[in-house]
Design a protein around this ligand. Structure first.
Ligand code: ATP
Ligand code: MG
Length: 779
């Protein structure tokens, strides 16, 4: 269903149209938040297909999250139908995995079934390596080494070059670890996240035939959030597009969109330089700026512009909106983090009650993941539905990682990290000593740990006692048996189920009386469900029409490899709820990039928290924090809240943080303060960067109400931490002010952590904290 060119341009403003219609030379769209950059990218793809006769197989589009990729694909499919399926729309990492899989034969790999190591796996491997190198873990923590190695890879520096360049002791150590680590990765047939990019770049740079193949195929390359690409990604795009000089193929059409003011990944090697010097690197490039913001009210926009304008060396932008001034920004100063959270919760409750918003319209941002706790407590207590994006994620739980380690081992027998992770899990008599013997053998013979393990099973490893040898032989046999399931074509859900059964993993958890183990079993059941849904989704996905070039090398549908790929590349932001989920979204500012919500709560705006402690004395870091503030503010469509707490506990100690300097940077007349810092007659510390001079006290709350027992004024929400928890048992009947009558179906925790899961019939099943003050009566 090809639509006319005009229909494809409908609703776009003149600059957006120009960007969609532009052809030939590289195109850079730079524009502030909410100006429709992502929208331009999607429209451009539709236009390429619908009006310029481009084949979907010729398009590669790169987004920052898998979720954004899925949405983009969906929107294009709605416009042009199922032929959109052969487009490559994905994140940089997913795109590279796909390309490397296809090119495994050109990569000097043992098999195309390589594993992808995430940050945790790669830290484990670095720990192993530095132990072998006898490095002092206090002086050289694995975490630090990992950051250094990652930075090198983002700059496309290999171990040899790193060693050459090393100028001081630390750099020499890093190079040493990097060399050994890289050798281990190769032996394990594994790539870490940074390798995915680096190896792809290197492949395209060193193999003209391979590069030519992709240049012929992808005539259109589009990149969203371009300001956050690092050097390696930058080179990747350059290599894919080509310059025309290499092989006589016209360079592909490149379209990148971004906003230098939203560059928030400098710590991961992203450089604003990529945007700022685009025009220099691509001399024929055309630049288009967008100035109309379609997302936010003027009030929100003015606040955002005021804050970001404090950064130096930036291009001034004139962003305007015709959405009107809208409501004022609402400010709140809490006595402590619980009070701040209680305010947020009561506002949300009110907005939903009055019909001004649904739960899914609302997002709550904080600077770092650990800040979610106070909010979660009060949300659970009041029964507000929410989801935390990021933090301790499902895929980071121990049992889930163990299960996935088994699967990875079945797919890639050489995967050392996975193998050593589950070697003795559940316990099967292969102790640390036996493991060390095998590792030493591997080292001596320069073979992979897996190969050494087979030698051990065959009795070829010295110093191994017979009992360990038998245990290892049993283990090798077990994994071989399990691997046969995969070869026999069992789907990944069945394989997983069998693995958990035959290894005794699930049985051990089921037999345990530790309540945590019960929830581990639940998580494994959940993982099987994920696998089953994956298999079904793959089976029902529409067959793509004949692609331009065959897609050999793609994992078979529903296969183990495809599943592992999917789960290993899940990012925090991919778990962002949809409107249909009916929950409030809580996440860090970093994760919020690219998203928008009608109502946004920016919390914890305190110097030391946000901007982060580390940035206080460092202008470069402070500028990055300010860009983060800009990202946060510009996620809001209609309503924006900013809040902070006077005191918050950090490492068990109450800390008094002054107001964030970013609050000062928002023009005072845009903010209506619901509550301000109380005026103290003899304040011991001057935590008042701003105070009575410019704040209006809003609502009935009075800052002069006097200080409570511990120097804090009480609020209707306070004091509950001190009241004893309500005691409930399974089967108890209760009445809740909001949900009505219910029956307790489960209880968990004790003291201030006690919770009960209550079935409220048509009101749903809700888990509530039982700390005093919960509007719940036992009947
Ligand atoms: P960010 O910098 O945050 O990534 P962006 O520049 O990518 O923002 P989009 O997300 O594409 O902006 O657009 C912001 C909002 O404005 C979206 O809801 C989008 O649908 C809407 N929008 C964009 N262009 C138009 C337009 N021409 N008419 C109406 N709405 C538009
Ligand atoms: Mg965008």
């Amino acid at each position: 269903p090809v639509r006319g060119p005009d229909a494809l341009l409908e609703g776009l403003n003149p600059q957006q149209r120009a960007a969609v219609e532009h052809s030939g030379s590289p195109l850079l769209v730079v524009a502030g938040a909410g100006s429709g950059k992502t929208r331009v990218l999607t429209s451009r793809i539709a236009y390429l297909l619908g009006a310029r006769g481009v084949h979907p197989g010729q398009i590669m589009a790169i987004t920052f999250t898998n979720k954004a990729a899925a949405e983009m694909k969906e929107r294009v499919t709605a416009l042009v139908g199922p032929r959109a399926n052969v487009m490559w729309v994905s994140t940089f990492h997913s795109m590279c995995v796909r390309l490397l899989r296809r090119e495994a034969k050109n990569l000097d790999l043992r098999s195309s079934n390589f594993s992808v190591y995430d940050a945790d796996d790669s830290r484990r491997l670095i720990t192993l390596v530095s132990r072998e190198l006898d490095l002092d873990p206090k002086r050289y923590p694995a975490r630090t080494l990992a950051v250094h190695i990652s930075n090198l890879k983002n700059e496309l520096i290999d171990p040899v070059e790193a060693a050459d360049r090393a100028g001081n002791d630390l750099e020499r150590r890093v190079a040493e670890v990097y060399t050994a680590y890289q050798r281990r990765l190769t032996e394990s047939n594994s790539f870490d996240f940074d390798d995915l990019i680096m190896r792809t770049v290197r492949l395209l740079q060193t193999r003209p035939d391979v590069a030519e193949h992709y240049r012929r195929r992808f005539r259109h390359v589009l990149v969203d959030e371009y300001q956050d690409t690092n050097h390696a990604q930058y080179e990747l795009v350059r290599a894919l597009v080509g310059t025309g000089g290499e092989d006589g193929i016209e360079p592909g059409e490149l379209c990148v969109v971004g906003d230098a003011d939203q560059s928030i990944y400098a710590f991961r090697g992203a450089t604003i330089r990529n945007i700022e010097e685009f025009e220099r690197d691509y001399p024929q490039a055309r630049t288009i700026t967008l100035e109309q913001n379609y997302r936010s009210t003027q009030t929100i926009l003015t606040a955002a512009n005021a804050v970001i304008s404090r950064n130096s060396n930036r291009r001034e932008k004139r962003l305007w909106t015709d959405l009107g001034d809208g409501d004022k920004i609402v400010g709140y100063v809490g006595d402590n983090e619980h009070d701040e959270a209680a305010f947020v919760a009561s506002e949300i409750d009110r907005l939903v009650d009055t019909g001004d918003a649904n739960f899914s319209d609302i997002a709550l941002f904080y600077r770092t993941n650990n800040n979610s706790r106070a909010f979660e407590e009060v949300f659970i207590r009041l029964g507000l539905p929410y989801r935390v994006v990021g933090g301790v994620r499902f895929y980071e739980r121990r049992e889930v990682r163990d299960a996935l380690a088994y699967l990875r081992l079945l797919s890639n027998p050489d995967d050392t990290v996975s193998l050593r992770r589950i070697l003795n899990v559940p316990k099967r008599g292969i102790g640390d000593r036996a493991e060390a013997c095998v590792a030493a053998h591997a080292e001596r013979e320069r073979i992979s740990f897996a190969a050494a393990l087979r030698d051990a099973a065959d009795g070829k490893v010295s110093l191994l006692n017979p009992r360990s040898q038998r245990a290892i032989a049993g283990f090798v046999e077990l994994t071989d048996e399990l691997r046969a399931l995969v070869t026999d074509g069992k789907d990944v859900a069945e394989v997983l189920d069998t693995v958990l059964e035959r290894t005794g993993y699930r049985g051990e958890l089921e037999a345990s009386d530790d309540p945590q183990d019960a929830s581990r079993v639940d998580n494994l059941t959940e993982l099987i469900t994920v696998a089953r849904e994956f298999v079904q989704a793959e089976a029902s996905a529409p067959e793509p029409e004949e692609p331009v070039i065959d897609d050999a090398g793609q994992p078979a549908q529903g296969s183990l490899e495809a599943f592992l790929e999917r789960v290993s590349l899940v990012a925090d932001s991919d778990q962002t709820p949809d409107a249909g989920d009916g929950v409030v979204t809580m996440m860090t500012l970093h994760t919020a990039k690219g998203l928008e919500f009608p109502v946004v709560f920016c919390t914890g705006w305190e110097d030391g928290l946000f901007p982060h402690q580390r940035a206080l004395g460092d202008p470069t870091e402070l500028a990055e924090e300010r860009r983060l503030a800009y990202v946060g503010i510009t996620r809001a469509r209609q309503r924006l809240y900013v809040s902070r707490a006077l005191v918050r506990s950090a490492w068990g100690q109450p800390m008094a943080n002054p107001a964030s300097r970013f609050l000062d940077e928002i023009p005072a007349d845009l903010v209506e303060w619901k509550r301000v810092e109380p005026v103290r007659s003899s304040a011991p510390t001057s935590a008042t960067r701003w105070g009575s001079n410019r704040s209006q006290i809003g609502g009935g709350d009075s800052a002069q109400a006097g200080l409570g027992a511990r120097g804090m004024r009480s609020t209707p929400f306070k004091g509950w931490q001190d009241t004893p928890a309500m005691k409930l048992e399974v089967g108890d009947r209760v009445s809740h002010d909001k949900y009505g009558l219910g029956t307790v179906v489960a209880t968990d925790g004790s003291g201030p952590r006690a919770t009960a899961t209550i079935d409220f019939g048509t009101g749903g099943t809700v888990r509530l904290m039982l700390i005093g003050g919960v509007p719940l009566t036992k009947l």
